[in-house]
Ligand binder design. Structure first.
Ligand code: RFL
Ligand code: PHB
Length: 390
């Protein structure tokens, strides 16, 4: 079997890249370790930057996000119960859209299936070969049979624990990492959200976030120490903790109910450099991780493949490798800015073991500065709604 671009991973990065290539008449095969149902059942990100929603529309998938997505013109920042709204529309003339990653994935999967393009789910033991030569190859096992695919390029869109980054020789790659000694305990509940917009809250007991998936379904998070077990968190314990960390008006309005999903996600900052190894390109979580506090993970995966897709189109349609040669540096410039913003939001809003009384005063001063400065609000709004591709 042969194709032009072999894409490893059917998450948002792999599926969006597949869509961009397909619209340009470039052949691609997607190989995914899990089943389609499993991929769709993962509850992850919920906020789309304006550029991400715009790209969905540009690739012909704008209808459902326009009908069901919730445009948000701002967020609330809360510090020890004090509230400050950051008005995105007033500050930068842009907004974000609340639309779950599950829905983005579903839209891309359905369009791909309808187009007849090939996705191989439940592909085991995927291995990438010869990407430093002219003719890369992929092998995998399915239903007990060994398969092989040769291609011009490999796109490693296989997430943080994928095989692509792990296949690069250690001397060719440099990684940068920051570990946070806490995680987010999140629950999903079939109740209307506590507020029209998201509330990001700092409290001495830790961070809390009030988010949503729709007008009837809410998503809430609280910071928990590393090593905490979901089994130790009854719904009641979660609600009590959340109520104690957000502003009293919101705590009073909060509609609670039985959780329909409950899980703990670790927090990490991670970047791999470079993003290109011969004919292998990394994109999305395969190349970088941000803590979710800036709502950047999914958006960064999409902006990476917007750049990579354009570079492949340039290669095939214009016979120019300028885009492919520039991809790593161009994508990393944007990735590091999103890393900085996500780290900054995390540092402002969480309680760290080493924070201490001085650290808390600094966090308070940062919040007070944000409240009193249009420039600081503009900076937050500009980053949250998404920086331009260059
Ligand atoms: P994905 O979505 O992880 O997709 C990678 C795909 O590759 C497959 N795969 C393989 N396939 C074949 N062979 C192999 N050897 C393979 N190894 C892996 C995987 O099964 C998967 O389908 O990466 P992508 O496309 O880069 O998209 C990135 C986003 O998914 C990610 O950045 C965000 O979801 C991050 N994230 C969150 N971001 C937010 O902005 N807000 C959140 O609330 C939020 N919650 C989360 C998250 C990520 C989580 N992870 C990765 C553990 C919660 C969790 C639990
Ligand atoms: C979510 O709704 O899951 C969500 C929203 C904003 C974030 C992180 C997660 O910053």
């Amino acid at each position: 079997m042969r194709t032009q671009v072999a894409i490893i991973g059917a998450g948002p990065a792999g599926l969006m890249l597949g869509r961009l290539l397909q619209l340009a008449g470039i052949e691609a095969v997607i190989l995914e370790r899990k089943s389609a149902d499993y991929v769709l059942s993962r509850i992850r990100a919920g906020v789309l930057e304006q550029g991400t929603a715009d790209l969905l529309a540009r690739v012909g998938l704008g209808d459902r996000v326009a009908a069901e997505g919730l445009p948000h013109g701002g967020i609330d920042m809360c510090f020890d119960g004090d509230l400050q709204r950051i008005d995105f529309t007033a500050r930068v003339g842009r907004h974000v859209t609340v639309y779950g990653q599950t829905e983005v994935t579903r839209d891309l999967m359905e369009a791909r299936e309808a187009s007849g393009a090939l996705t191989i789910y439940e592909a085991g033991d995927v291995a990438v070969h010869d990407f430093d030569g002219r003719q890369p190859r992929i092998t995998w096992r399915k239903d007990g049979i060994e398969h092989a695919l040769s291609c011009d390029f490999i796109a490693g869109c296989d997430g943080f624990h994928g095989v692509c980054r792990a296949s690069v020789p250690e001397r060719a790659i440099r990684t940068f990492e920051r570990h946070y000694p806490f995680g987010w305990l999140g629950i999903l509940v079939e109740r209307p959200p506590v507020s029209e917009e998201l509330i990001y809250a700092h409290h001495e007991r830790g961070f809390a976030l009030c988010s949503m998936r729709s007008l009837t379904r809410s998503r809430y998070y609280v910071q928990v120490p590393e090593g905490e077990r979901v089994e130790d968190w009854s719904d009641q314990r979660f609600w009590d903790e959340l109520r104690g960390r957000i502003n009293p008006e919101a705590a009073q309005r909060l509609q609670i109910g039985p959780s329909i999903e409950k899980s703990i996600a670790p927090l990490r900052s991670f970047v791999a450099e470079p993003l290109r190894f011969g004919r292998l390109f990394l994109a999305g979580d395969a190349a970088h991780i941000v803590p979710p506090t800036g709502a950047k993970g999914l958006n960064l995966a999409i902006s990476d493949v917007a750049m990579l897709g354009a570079a492949f189109v340039e290669h095939y349609a214009e016979r120019s490798d300028a885009g492919l040669d520039a991809y790593s540096a161009r994508a990393l410039a944007r990735i590091w800015k999103a890393e900085r913003f996500s780290w900054w939001m995390t540092s402002l809003l969480h309680t760290f073991p080493e924070t201490g009384p001085f650290g808390r005063r600094i966090q308070r001063a940062e919040f007070d500065y944000l409240c009193g400065s249009v420039a600081a609000q503009t900076s937050l709004a500009e980053n949250y709604t998404g920086l331009s591709l260059d």
